[in-house]
Design a protein around this ligand. Structure first.
Ligand code: GLN
Length: 485
């Protein structure tokens, strides 16, 4: 049998169900590898002892009808986990132990999964490189100088390094798809309203969505099937009939119409990305799809719109961290002084930047000029997609405008950092599902991803397209275990 940690989720499920391996063996194997992989700094909180105890319990009383029978999984530290510290990558929540469980994580435990621990992420999920985390940078297993992407950087790095068989991230403007693209893994942002936001530390409520990250498309479908559910505890959860994504997964995409939006050919896009996109188009044709040129005319406004809407919502959501209700509190001479010190010591500089931008665009003098205007443009962006979907079934684009960059390279240049999100944010603004699949390497050997965007609630369709293209692409991640001690 291949090394346990190198097996896919579906292989592990099979091997546990057929009793070839026990949950305890699987759990220990991932823990052992995680212990040797501290250099990557993927974990904020490890719950290894608890995981082994749970695995033993599963083996003593197994239920093989569950969808994730005794499978250990580490998740992004943005999901509240009952009795396990949840920090959102922030000093302000460094001592926060939730008394409740997020719906998405509850869904995976209900299907037999076991929590390995909480994975590093950008502070409050604000970032594209995992460099804003209070708990330090995460290294990419591709190369120690590279960022794994963000904000689900710890998740992507742990997944690519085989420290967890699959993981769950969140995506507000690209935080699942961009790190997936940077690390040669698969990441799906489901339709807004598909996965419950209950118990996820809020960043921008109208954009945030949880989603699966995996080594391949089939595992992504298995996990999405478990985490997507209607939840009355989230007022934006949508009660639609969810597919059996893994059961209905099919490689037959003959006759599917796939749109290529001309506005995604942005100025200064590296030739490698252009070539990757063309390669993707050819693969889609080989799979039997019909390629159609489309236009999404308001694409250029997506990034500025996002960087108004997201900070506005963040500034409002983060108002709750005042030193009284949660987490860290600084000493002050009076109440106002305590608030100010708590927030200036508890939040890092990127979070402070977003709170300031958000407060500014919501302030009475600027509300109409910025926030209201951005909401109108957001609507136009959504309309572009609606128009396009009259002609096509899905849209194919690159996931990111470049491959992974070096740690520190963009840290002091927020605009160039924000440009990373150029292909992913329109999808969040329109509330649509999007998946990134690994599709090639650049000349340095770093992975590059392609994004498939679907109609709302049409996850099955983009999973099928991804599944069929994955076979043709036949991507192999080039990861040598250089960090293992
Ligand atoms: N990189 C984007 C940001 O910093 C997206 C983050 C996310 O999706 N959580 O806002």
């Amino acid at each position: 049998m291949t090394d346990i940690t190198k097996q896919t989720l579906s292989e592990l499920i099979n091997n546990i169900k057929t009793k070839k391996i026990s949950s305890e063996e699987v759990t220990k194997a991932f823990i052992d590898r995680s212990e040797k992989s501290k250099k990557l700094n993927t974990y904020i909180t490890e719950s290894f002892d608890r995981a082994i105890k749970k695995a033993k319990q599963f083996d003593q009383n197994p239920n093989f009808d569950l969808k994730l029978p005794g499978i250990p999984i580490a998740v992004k530290d943005l999901f509240c986990t009952k009795d396990v510290k949840t920090t959102a990558g922030s000093k302000i929540l460094n001592n926060f132990i939730p008394t409740y469980e997020s719906t998405v994580t509850q869904n995976i435990w209900n299907e037999g999964a076991i929590l390995l621990g909480k994975l590093n992420c950008d502070e409050f999920a604000m970032g594209s490189s995992n460099e804003t985390s209070y708990f330090g940078n995460v290294e990419s297993p591709i190369d120690e100088n590279l960022v794994p992407g963000g904000s689900s950087g710890g998740s992507a790095s742990a997944l690519a390094a085989n420290l967890t068989p699959v993981t769950i991230g969140t995506d507000t403007g690209g935080s699942i798809r961009q790190p997936a693209s940077f690390t040669g893994t698969v990441g799906l942002k489901p339709t807004y309203g598909s996965c419950s936001r209950y118990g996820i530390v809020a960043f921008a409520s109208s954009l945030d969505q949880a989603g699966p990250m995996s080594q391949n498309v089939k595992d992504c479908a298995i996990l999405n099937e478990v985490i997507s559910s209607y939840d009355e505890k989230d007022s934006t959860s949508v009660d639609f009939k969810r597919g059996k994504y893994s059961v209905e997964l099919s490689k037959n995409i003959k006759g599917k119409k796939i749109g290529i939006p001309k506005e995604y050919r942005v100025d200064g896009m590296p030739k490698e990305i252009e070539e990757l996109w063309q390669k993707g188009i050819n693969f889609a044709k080989d799979c039997g799809a019909e390629i159609i040129d489309i236009s999404l005319p308001h694409t250029t406004y997506a990034l500025p719109t996002y960087y108004i809407v997201a900070p506005a919502e963040a500034s409002s959501n983060l108002a709750r961290y005042d030193g009284v209700k949660y987490g860290f509190r600084s000493k002050g001479d009076n109440l106002i002084d305590m608030y100010e010190k708590t927030r200036s010591e508890g939040f890092g500089s990127e979070v402070q930047r977003r709170v300031m931008i958000g407060t500014y665009v919501l302030s009475s003098g600027y509300y109409d000029a910025y926030y209201l205007k951005a909401q109108k443009v957001r609507n136009l962006i959504k309309n572009d997609f609606d128009e396009a979907y009259k002609k096509v079934d899905a849209i194919l684009t690159p996931s990111t405008p470049s491959s992974a960059f070096k740690i520190g390279e963009k840290k002091d240049d927020p605009v160039s950092m924000y440009l990373n999100d150029i292909f992913t944010v329109p999808v969040n603004l329109a509330g649509l599902p999007g998946i990134s699949i690994p599709a090639g390497h650049d000349k340095k050997g770093y992975p590059l991803g392609l994004q498939i965007i679907g109609k709302a609630f049409d996850e099955q369709n983009i999973l099928n397209i991804a599944y069929s293209m994955e076979e043709k692409i036949n991507f192999k991640n080039k990861i040598a275990d250089w960090w293992i001690k």
